[in-house]
Design a protein around this ligand. Structure first.
Ligand SMILES: Nc1ncnc2c1ncn2[C@@H]1O[C@H](COP(=O)(O)OP(=O)(O)O)[C@@H](O)[C@H]1O
Ligand SMILES: [Mg+2]
Length: 212
């Protein structure tokens, strides 16, 4: 008999092309195989209104927004995503795996664009409150490798990818800083490995951290 555990909120983070979307799909399958209901979702987006905001953020020229406006748009979309998708799922016992969450705003707008990190923490408190991921998996790999992987996908969602390499270096360092400051929540995963190896490492992290 398996003990019923409360539904968990798990986030995958990392730079462009780190393998987040690939691993979110794998992780959802793993969680369902263990008998839990699970949805995969993403940020920015994950709810109808939030997907509209996503288009504003991930398409078009880099200079379309400054860092503060970006942060405000990300938190607006995040609040809608939580209200409409994440919180109702968790309340009904469905696990949620999200492709990016608030650590991306801290890494991209805070570390990448240099927006005041205390202000971003305040925006989190206002728009999200006390809710936190149960586990955050940070996929880490060299920036050049991630951008090369991302470039092999074709699409319109290139606004962040088009930023200079030094921006992405600050984002990578930011994610590692966030992980070091919150080791109880975050696990850094070597994303240079193969897809199956990474999926196995993520599975081990769930077993160790969440007992499932
Ligand atoms: N571990 C891996 N090794 C090699 N290529 C990968 C790996 N994981 C994902 N990819 C490929 O790299 C590209 C980007 O992966 P994706 O999951 O879309 O990254 P992200 O969502 O983090 O931007 C895709 O073409 C994907 O198939
Ligand atoms: Mg992706």
């Amino acid at each position: 008999m398996t003990a019923r555990t409360r539904a968990r909120f798990i986030t995958l983070e990392g730079g462009e092309g780190a393998g987040k979307s690939t691993q979110v799909a794998r992780l959802r399958e793993r969680i369902e195989a263990r008998g839990h209901r699970c949805i995969a979702t993403r940020e920015p987006g994950g709810a109808p209104g939030a997907e509209m905001v996503r288009k504003l953020l991930v398409e078009g020229p880099a200079e379309r927004w400054d860092g503060v406006t970006e942060a405000l748009l990300h938190f607006a979309a995040r609040r809608e995503h939580l209200r409409t998708t994440v919180l109702p799922a968790i309340a009904s016992g469905t696990w949620v795996v999200s492709d990016r969450f608030a650590d991306s705003t801290m890494a991209y707008q805070g570390y990448g664009h240099g927006i005041d990190r205390t202000m971003l923490g305040t925006l989190y408190d206002i728009t999200v409150g006390d809710f936190r991921p149960d586990l955050t998996l940070i996929l880490d790999l060299p920036v050049e490798a991630g951008l090369a992987r991302a470039a092999s996908r074709r699409g319109k969602e290139t606004r962040y990818e088009s930023l200079p390499v030094d921006f992405h270096q600050r984002v990578r360092a930011g994610f590692l800083d966030i992980a070091a400051a919150d080791p109880g929540r975050c696990v850094v995963i070597d994303a240079t490995a193969g897809i199956d190896d990474i999926a196995r490492t993520i599975g081990d992290a769930l077993a160790t951290r969440l007992g499932s």
